[in-house]
Each structure stands twice: as structure tokens, then as C-alpha cells.
Design a protein around this ligand. Sequence first.
Ligand code: KG4
Ligand code: ZN
Length: 358
Amino acid sequence: MYIMAFESSCDETSAAVVEYKDGKFTVKSNIVASQIETHRLYGGVVPEIASRAHTEAISKISYEALAEAEISPRDVGLIAVTANPGLIGALLVGVNFAKALAAAWSIPLVGVDHIKGHIAACYLDADGNVPKPPYVALATSGGHTAIYKAESYTVMRPIGTTRDDAIGESFDKIGRIIGIPYPAGAGFDALSREGFIEATGDSEEFYSKYRRSAAFGEFNLPSPALRDGSLDFSFSGLKTAAINLLHRYEQNGEELPRARFAARYTYEAVEAVAQKIDEALRRNPGCDLAVAGGVAANSHLRKRLSELTASHGVKLFIPPIKLCADNAAMIAAQGYYDFVSGKRADSSLNASALDSEC
Ligand code: KG4
Ligand code: ZN
């Protein structure tokens, strides 16, 4: 079966064709039209501009997705579209486009949850090396930092979340203050690497040596892992402490050691996630871990979680970097499972800015 999918929840318009055959997904095309350059001027996503850019791009990339997959509309067996959560105006562009296609082509339609979609990027392995429920899932993006127990491919039970900011959002905000262009995640990752190496003098094993280095004590930053027995986070405390620290440097006219500061910030963020995932794996013995979302591209987080899962004797599933960010292929994979479980949408499908009851 060929699934055609659309994603327009934030600042990337994407259309994809994914084939499901013999128990495996194959990505036939996955076109992403990024608006990042447009939003960079404003230091963040401007919702109205995002909606307009989606409207301009969606039709063109749909043709591209079909052409690259070398299929025609009559080969498509299912249309999947991100319906929530996200920017409401942006989501509506994809939802309305998908509804029109489904009606015109007489093809079934499903509305997909964006967060489940991110996790479904882990199912897109051509060799079929994918997580099997039950497993623990971490969704880590610009808008989410959440831990789930995947009971099945369609039922994700939330077991931990952020009580305020998401990890990606915090990288973006602090990154902006220290001069990293939006979205700051990848730049923060690279700058932190420099800082870890500077602090430890080791270009390979820097992360594990960092805590014992003299540079660790250079900055005082709190952990975003809540100490209340839950699997929850609070990234706003870390963010506020970092902003205050940056203000002090400015007021004192001191030059900030940017790379070492970024390293310490990244360390606190990554360790908090590792600590909660460690606990989640302890509470769910034998469960593998699937990690997805834009921040899953973070090299330090990938390495730390790879070591952590190895110490638990379980597998880590984490998509290749290009499937961590927003894309429609992941929506196709989740759409397939939603469809198989009986989910259907019709012309009454609406978008929602809110999280669904996973
Ligand atoms: O999943 P995503 O593409 O969009 C949302 O659904 O939010 O995630 C975007 C987020 C941004 O905050 C971006 O800065 C962050 O992912 N990001 C990273 C890295 N690459 C992207 N954060 C940390 N390290 C990275 N290498
Ligand atoms: Zn996303």
C-alpha cells in the first residue's frame, strides 16, 4: 500500500509517499520545503507568515512527491495528514489540502497526531529494524519533551512531560541570546562540542570526562529534572538561571566563554533527560527505547542515550538526523497504523493546536 502524507504543523511544509509492504515501510519520497530562512529574520516562527508559506508550497511539493515516488494518484491507498498539535493556521493548510485530495481521489483519510508521528520516524527503517511495543518513547522537539509508554503502535500512555518549556525551545531561546541564529539547536550542539573539548582537552571522550573537569564548576545552573519522584521536567528554571547568568556577565562587562557556557547548558539538559529515561527504563524492565523529534538530532543526547540503553541491556531506536526534524514520511507511517486500527477521517476533520489524549 502507498500512503501519501502531509505535514504543515510549524515551519516546514512536507509531502511524502511511503510504501508499506511485507511488514516494512519504504520511503519513496519525502519532500520538505523549509521556511527557516524566512523566520530567521524574526528570531522565531511567525504563525501568519508560516500559514501563507505553507499555502504557497503545498501543491507544488505534492506533485514533486508523486513524481519522485514514480506513482500516480490512483496508486495511493491512504492519505495521512498532521491534524494536531501545532500552529492552528499552519495545520489548517495541510488538513484542508488533504481533505480536498481525499475527496477528489476517493481515497481514505486519517488525521495524525504530530508527536506520535515523530516517534513513527523510528518505524521507517528499510531493514525493518524497528521498536516493537511495548516500548518507552521519548519525544523531544521544539514544542515537546515527553516520555510515553507505547502500549501499541497507536496507544501512547504519557508517563512524563515538561511542566513548562520544551527542551528545543530552551535551546532556541538561550541560543538566540548568545548569538546563534534560529533555530539554534544544531548550532548549540556544535558550540557545546567545542566547549566540552575546551574543558576536558579530549576530542573523543569529552562528555564522560566533563563533570570532573574544572570548567564544570565555572557556571552554576540547575537541573531541569524535577526531584519529586515523577518523570517530569521543568526547563524554564534552567532557562531563567541561564538568562540571569548571561545578564551578570553583561553587567560586569566580562566576556562570556560562549563554548564552555553552551557545554554546561547542554550537559544539564541532556543529563536531565538521561536521568528520567534511566528511571523510565527501570520502571519498565525489558522495554526498548525509541527517541524522536528535532532534538533527537543532538549528538550529545544520542551518545548519552546510546550508552544508557546499553547499560540497561535494551535497544535504542533513533531515526537518522534528516528524519528527526518535521517531515511527512513519519506522518505516513503513523497514519498507516492509525488506519489499520480503524481510525478514519472525513470532510469534517478539523485541526487542533492541542495535544491529543495519546
Ligand atoms: O521536531 P522539530 O523539527 O519541530 C517541532 O515539532 O518542534 O524540532 C525543532 C527543534 C528546534 O527547537 C531545534 O532547535 C531543535 O529541534 N534541534 C536541535 C538540534 N537540531 C534541531 N536541538 C538540539 N540539538 C540539535 N542538533
Ligand atoms: Zn515536530
